[in-house]
Each structure stands twice: as structure tokens, then as C-alpha cells.
Design a binder for this molecule. Structure first.
Ligand SMILES: NC(=O)c1ccc[n+]([C@@H]2O[C@H](COP(=O)([O-])OP(=O)(O)OC[C@H]3O[C@@H](n4cnc5c(N)ncnc54)[C@H](OP(=O)(O)O)[C@@H]3O)[C@@H](O)[C@H]2O)c1
Length: 259
């Protein structure tokens, strides 16, 4: 297991009144969590891009473009969330399993009054959710539609209360699905993508903040972008920077979509 204290420090570049501050790695990441924490409810996205806009490397996953600085923010955002929301494509390609946090982050999570565990919610039209998740002790919420061909099986595997059925052929009704999660106390949502799901969340104006890491590599090729959809967003959405961090050439931004 990686020792977080071997990870790089994060230098604050923005906001200017905090520029020059350095957030050293620490097991409980108290200082980093303070920087990232905010009163809920919220919907946040955490994504990574290469400098030429690629959301994956040549391996078609993010493993070849992420690194230890990005992992610090990735785990901190999970620590602060009630639920991690992902599209089934990401679950399948990035080989998601049940979520768990390092012990020190779990303790920090408890100290901040968060629920004991961070839940996983998977959006899918097909119902093609890997068996390792459906069979786990803590199965995910599955957000799907009435036309899902695997509806009965999903209900049998994860329980009726974990299958949220909304929307139609174009996808889950994301506002309605998030309301169902909120009714279960899951009001702090971090989505880890992928590009299809993130596009739908932004198009529905559900996203409050985007955490975007720029990895200092270029990959060319047919990589998707962090929002990947055939339709333009009309109107285009404007974001404002909240902070910008730096470590070893990696830039880690936080942007708000709210006025
Ligand atoms: N750079 C990054 O930060 C980042 C983050 C995550 C993923 N990725 C990469 O992105 C690639 C996957 O891209 P992707 O766009 O396919 O990811 P995705 O959004 O995770 O997966 C798309 C699938 O998710 C389900 N889905 C998404 N939105 C839905 C909605 N509104 N309603 C119902 N179902 C919905 C559908 O599943 P079904 O097919 O089951 O119907 C859809 O085919 C992978 O290569 C992954 O490595 C990159």
C-alpha cells in the first residue's frame, strides 16, 4: 500500500491571499480536508485530464495519467462525500469494487460527523453492473430506468431499496434519482465520471463544483474528454475558480458552477 507521506506536498497558487501555503501530506489529511470541505448538500465532480484534453491514456483508463498528488485529492473528496456516483462504463472499465478508505481518513470522516461508510451509486441503462459489486457485502445503489432488461435481477441481487428506477430511454432522470438518494441521507455527492454521466449532470444543471486535475502529459489518440457528448451544451456553462493547487507539474483546480 502507498504511504501517503511519500506523496508530494500541494502548493496553493490560488486564491491569491493563500498563495504560497503548502499542504503537506498527512495520514488524516486534516488540512486538505479543511480546504475541500463545505456545507452540504452538494454535487461535485472529480476528474482528470491530460494537457491535450484526454480523459484517459492509451490504456483506455486513467491509471496511466493520474499520480500521487491527484490521489490525495481523490481520496479526500471521497472522505467528505456521502456517496460516490459513477456511470456503469467507468465501473466496468476502471474495475470499481466496494469503496473503502484508509483508516486515518475514515477516522477523520467520523470526526467530521459523516456517516460511517461512503456509499457507491452506479447509473446504468443496461443493468450491466459487475458481479463483484452486486455480490459485495455493501452493494451499490443502482440508478436505472423502467426499460432496464436486468431490473428483476438487480432487485434480487441488491434489494429493492437499492434499485432506483426513474427516467426513460434517454437515461436516468438524474434530479429524481438524486432526490431518492437524498431521502436516504446521501446529500453530499461526488461523481467520479465518466464523461457520459458528467455531461448529463452538467446538462441538467446539477453540478455545483468541478475538481479537475491537469496531468502534465499529452496523449493524442481517440481519448474522450472529461465531458463527452454529441450535443453542445447550450448555453455553455461558465465556471469560476475557487482554488488552484500545484505539485510536481500537476495542477489541481476547483471550480464552481454557482454564482
Ligand atoms: N478522466 C477522468 O477523470 C475519468 C473519470 C471516469 C472515467 N474515465 C474514463 O472514461 C471512460 C468511460 O467513459 P464513459 O463516458 O463510457 O463513462 P460513464 O459515463 O461512466 O459510462 C457510460 C455508461 O454509464 C451509464 N450511464 C451514464 N449516464 C447515464 C444516465 N444519465 N442514465 C443511465 N445510465 C447512464 C450507461 O451505462 P450502461 O452502458 O450500463 O447502460 C452508459 O453507457 C473510461 O475509459 C474511463 O477510464 C475518465
Amino acid at each position: 500500500m502507498t504511504d501517503v507521506t511519500d506523496s508530494p506536498a500541494l502548493d496553493v497558487l490560488l486564491p491569491t491571499d493563500r498563495a504560497g501555503a503548502r499542504i503537506a501530506p498527512a495520514a488524516g489529511e486534516h488540512e486538505l480536508l479543511d480546504l475541500l470541505d463545505a456545507d452540504g448538500p452538494w454535487v461535485r465532480a472529480n476528474m482528470i485530464s491530460t494537457l491535450d484534453g484526454g480523459a484517459t491514456g492509451p490504456d483506455h483508463v486513467t491509471g496511466s495519467i493520474n499520480g500521487p498528488a491527484d490521489l490525495r485529492v481523490f481520496e479526500a473528496l471521497r472522505t467528505l462525500a456521502d456517496v460516490v456516483l459513477v456511470g456503469a462504463g467507468t465501473v466496468r472499465q476502471e474495475r470499481y469494487g466496494s469503496l473503502s478508505l484508509p483508516a486515518a481518513l475514515a477516522a477523520e470522516r467520523r470526526a467530521r460527523g459523516r456517516r460511517e461508510t461512503v456509499e457507491l451509486a452506479v447509473a446504468t441503462l443496461t443493468g450491466d453492473v459487475p458481479d463483484r459489486l452486486l455480490a459485495s457485502d455493501r452493494p451499490p445503489y443502482v440508478l436505472t430506468t423502467p426499460g432496464c432488461p436486468a431490473l428483476d435481477e438487480l432487485r434480487a441481487r441488491v434489494g429493492d431499496d437499492h434499485v432506483v428506477v426513474t427516467g426513460g430511454p434517454d437515461g436516468v432522470d438524474l434530479p429524481a434519482a438524486l432526490d431518492v438518494l437524498a431521502a436516504d441521507g446521501l446529500t453530499r455527492v461526488v461523481t467520479e465520471g465518466g464523461p457520459t454521466l458528467l455531461s448529463a449532470l452538467v446538462a441538467a444543471d446539477l453540478l455545483d463544483e468541478l475538481f479537475l486535475t491537469w496531468s502534465p502529459v499529452v496523449v493524442g489518440g481517440p481519448a474522450p474528454r472529461v465531458l463527452d457528448t454529441a450535443q453542445w451544451l447550450r448555453p455553455v456553462r461558465e465556471l469560476r475558480p475557487v482554488h488552484l493547487l500545484h505539485a510536481d507539474g500537476v495542477l489541481l483546480g476547483r471550480w464552481t458552477l454557482r454564482g
